[in-house]
Design a protein around this ligand. Structure first.
Ligand code: PMP
Length: 444
């Protein structure tokens, strides 16, 4: 028996031994077309020579220097570059090692900002039901998955929850999109007023929902409304772009397409593109200034913040995205993949919705389309699709979750930005086979 505590404590997954481009290989010589980049991580595919060379150079030069003593040129350059491409007002970057750390850091920065502004009574976050923000205690607390939180509930900070912007499930038939958006914003305002506006630290949301819903984009104007409410009540807006950021939706940050600037943005996954564990929080200048003028320090820190090799990988990823014009590529391939999914699944009796942005797309599976009836959770359709896909040499990211008593099965696609049109055809073909195969295994 393995000594690693794997995701399943009962099963050991296949052993990955190699990767090249959009493929991963296991120890039995099987190849897998990576259509989800793990969990929207491997944006440049596997074995990218430029990223690997940059990491080698950094290891040779200086593999590690503790940030209590030093900064490094590579970390400074990465931060400069992230700020240069960030939404308006972002002036600071705090480098961490992953997505949960990034969210944890954003929550603490937001709280310290309130305390140093003479508002220590602000102690509450507002977040959305369809959301995943990570697994450490703070990030878990703001996340929407009740079943994930439940065993740890007594350990978690105070969070109010509102509906996510989830048009397929949330908009009534007789509602226009604008009316639906206005309803959600009313709900958020009511939650702020109910909590007491001067008690709220921040509102947290994923601009395009990832793991808990499957690439759910907001309606037009939703985030402009969120920004206006946050401004009205002096509440910070934290955008969790851990999954949807770093080019995945066709712009460097997903929120750019909604025309607003958050106060704090958490990124990870595509930042290091899987070559190194790295995340970051991008911080609005007003927050940086208040802390600089106040205590002069952020009360936080980890041993590996600003790790030079991780920074070198992330910097190289940024350079490759720019040099190879990969954001244009994401928009092009995203549109092609979307068209192929529409063609293959639009009339499928068990595909209720096809959605997403850029190369961040998903199918929502339903037992019955007219009433959007989900499959029973115990059927674990998403798990059957994942297993079937792996048998078919395809990696997709299926999820099933029950939020507010409502279950949903989704398949998330987030292929590398370097995917070709031929690869996309192969992905959709194998996906179709996998979905059909899995549907046969569950009693319909
Ligand atoms: N936020 C979002 C939106 C995520 O998708 C994830 C990971 N799935 C996290 C935070 C947590 O990131 P990590 O797993 O790197 O801690």
């Amino acid at each position: 028996m393995t000594h690693i505590l794997h995701r399943s404590l009962r099963q050991t997954p296949p052993v990955a031994v190699g990767g090249a481009g959009v493929y991963l290989y296991d120890s039995h010589g099987r190849s897998y077309l990576d259509a989800s980049g793990g969990a929207a991580v491997s944006s440049l595919g596997h074995g990218h020579p430029d990223v690997i060379a940059a990491m080698h150079r950094q290891i040779d030069q200086c593999a590690y220097a503790h940030t209590a003593f030093f900064t490094t040129e590579v970390a400074e350059r990465l931060a400069d570059r992230l700020v240069a491409n960030a939404p308006a007002g972002i002036e600071g970057v705090y480098l961490v090692s992953g997505g949960s750390e990034a969210m944890e850091t954003a929550l603490k920065l937001a709280r310290q900002y309130c305390v140093e502004g003479g508002e220590p009574q602000r102690s509450l976050f507002i977040a959305r039901r369809q959301s995943y923000h990570g697994n450490t205690l703070g990030a878990l607390a703001v996340g929407g998955n009740e079943w994930r939180r439940q065993p740890f509930a007594p350990l978690l900070i105070d969070v109010e929850r509102v509906s996510a912007c989830y048009e397929y499930r949330g908009r009534a038939e007789d509602q226009t999109v604008d009316q639906y958006t206005a309803m959600l914003l009313d709900e958020l305002e009511a939650a702020i007023l109910q909590a007491g506006p001067d008690r709220v630290i921040a509102f947290c949301a994923e601009p395009v929902v990832g793991a808990t819903g499957g690439a759910i984009p907001p309606t037009p104007g939703y985030f402009r409304g969120v920004r206006a409410l946050c401004d009205k009540y002096g509440i910070l807006f934290i955008a969790d772009e851990v999954m949807c950021g770093m080019g995945r939706t066709g712009t460097m940050y997903a929120i750019e397409q909604d025309g607003v600037a958050p106060d704090l943005i958490a990124v990870a996954k595509g930042l290091g593109a899987g070559y190194q564990p790295i995340g970051a929080v991008l911080v609005n200048g007003a927050i940086v200034e208040r802390l600089r003028a106040g205590s002069g320090a952020f009360l936080h820190g980890h041993t590996y913040i600003g790790h030079p090799v991780a920074a070198a990988a992330a910097l190289a990823v940024q350079q490759v995205i720019e040099r190879d014009d990969l954001l244009t590529q994401v928009r092009l391939r995203g549109a092609q993949l979307r068209a192929m999914l529409d063609e293959e699944f639009e009339d499928h009796p068990h595909v209720g919705d096809i959605r997403g942005r850029g190369l961040f797309l998903a199918l929502e599976l339903v037992r019955e389309r007219a009433h959007k009836t989900p499959f029973a959770p115990e059927l674990k359709l998403h798990a059957a699709i994942k297993a079937r896909a792996m048998e078919n040499g395809l990696l997709v990211y299926p999820m099933g979750g029950t939020i507010d008593g409502r279950h949903g099965d989704h398949v998330l696609l987030a292929p590398p930005f370097v995917v070709t049109q031929g690869d996309l055809g192969e992905i959709v073909g194998r996906l179709k086979e996998s979905v059909e195969g899995a549907l046969k295994t569950v009693a319909i």
